[in-house]
Design a protein. Sequence first.
Length: 124
Amino acid sequence: MQTDVPKPTSAFPNQIGFMTKIIFIGRDGTRYDLDAENGSTVMETAIKSGVPGIEAECGGACSCATCHVYVDEAWAVRTGAPEPMEEDMLDFAYDVRPTSRLSCQIRVSDALDGLTVSVPKRQA
Ligand code: FES
């Protein structure tokens, strides 16, 4: 089955320091359009901008599951599946769904320009 994967809006090459748009949908439905630095992670982008509900207690070491997000289905192919270690940590997350990811494990690049993720009702 062919899935429609959104096309990145950036015309620039993937470079460290280049900004990529990441959209967070908060618990209350608030939309946060954030500029993320390529090479950083989706979690770091949320923490830098104070997105409520992204706690990241372990600082991105893939050992707390408090940076859990739901990747918008249209983007799930592009962000890819979790690695085994992330999959193990997701067992500790609240209300895990098929597109659940730990945002500290999603590396920002221009291929993710426009990525949309939602914050769960609560973290682990
Ligand atoms: Fe702890 Fe992502 S910040 S698992």
